[in-house]
Design a protein around this ligand. Structure first.
Ligand code: NAP
Length: 259
């Protein structure tokens, strides 16, 4: 299937590794030119080079912390007009409700709610003026069903979800389509860090923690960045134009719900 986005330009935030990388890779495979971002320059340059070599698209790599105002300014200046925006950043650390202070919440809100909102505000006017745009926000399954130790994530991502629910309906008439993609557990560095915390807490090895978690997933395994990226590419395609403000769960069946 031709997704109809060859020659478009995408900003994919936090994309040197993991789910962001999976999205960048699949967009590039469909002929989309990229602006990639991450904080660590070395891994980012390597990822950009690999994608250029594999897919023959233009890739601009901007090393910056996307959760800071300076970082966003740097990325936006280099990105210019983009047709597609994939919002992503590292997730907040696990912990307990008794320990989180105001500053912890401000940090989580900045990273996982206010950063994607700022980028949408900066880039959607251009998309609307050109009559076409796609935004995918990488959030989490914790939006549908809370993960208690990730209370900072639950809170920040719920705020973004509420914002998208209203805003997506205000911009759809101008050809700009916003949807959220909700990962369940995927085999990335983030999963290793969460499993390491679970292993320490339960006095078991990392491998045991991973096996235990995989056993709770109906699909019986972790998701892959490739599967995740392919769904993202579809949400950025010409065919996603009638899909407005949805929350698409990719969790191997983990969230036990009828709807
Ligand atoms: P990951 O494997 O740790 O990769 C994170 C990527 O984002 C890296 O390229 C990292 O590069 C970059 N990054 C992190 N913070 C950044 C920042 N402030 N500015 C710019 N780039 C940044 O994580 P992932 O598994 O792909 O997770 C992506 C998002 O999905 C996270 O918000 C995570 O909480 C959420 N999520 C993941 C899972 C899962 O199972 N993997 C499940 C639910 C939700 P640098 O470190 O060099 O900046």
């Amino acid at each position: 299937m031709d997704l109809g986005i060859s020659g478009k330009r995408a900003l994919v935030c936090a994309s040197s590794k993991g789910l962001g990388r999976g999205c960048a890779e699949m967009l590039a495979a469909n002929g989309v030119n990229l602006v990639m971002n991450a904080r660590g320059a070395e891994a980012l340059e390597k990822a950009a080079e690999d994608i250029r070599a594999a897919h023959g698209v233009e890739v601009i790599a901007i090393a910056a912390d996307i959760t800071t105002e300076e970082g966003r300014a740097k990325v936006l200046a280099a990105a210019g007009d983009v047709d597609i925006l994939v919002n992503n950043a590292g997730g907040p650390p696990p912990g307990s409700w008794q320990d989180w202070e105001r500053e912890d919440f401000i940090k989580a809100l900045d990273a996982n709610m206010l950063t994607p909102i700022a980028l949408m505000k900066a880039l959607m006017p251009g998309m609307m003026a050109r009559g076409w745009g796609r935004v995918v926000n990488i959030t989490s399954q914790s939006v549908k069903a809370p993960i208690a130790v990730l209370g900072l994530s639950n809170s920040a991502r719920a705020g973004l979800t509420g914002y998208v629910a209203g805003t997506s309906r205000q911009v759809a008439g101008k050809g700009v389509i916003i949807n959220n993609l909700l990962p369940g557990i995927h085999a990335t560095d983030r999963a290793v860090s969460l499993d390491t915390a679970a292993a320490t807490q339960n006095g078991i090895t990392l491998e045991e923690a991973m096996d235990r978690r995989a056993a709770t997933i109906p699909a019986g395994r972790y998701g892959t960045a490739e599967e995740f990226g392919a769904t993202c590419a579809f949400l950025c395609s010409q065919y996603a134009g009638y899909m407005v403000g949805q929350n698409i769960l990719l969790d191997g069946g983990s969230t036990n719900a009828t709807l």
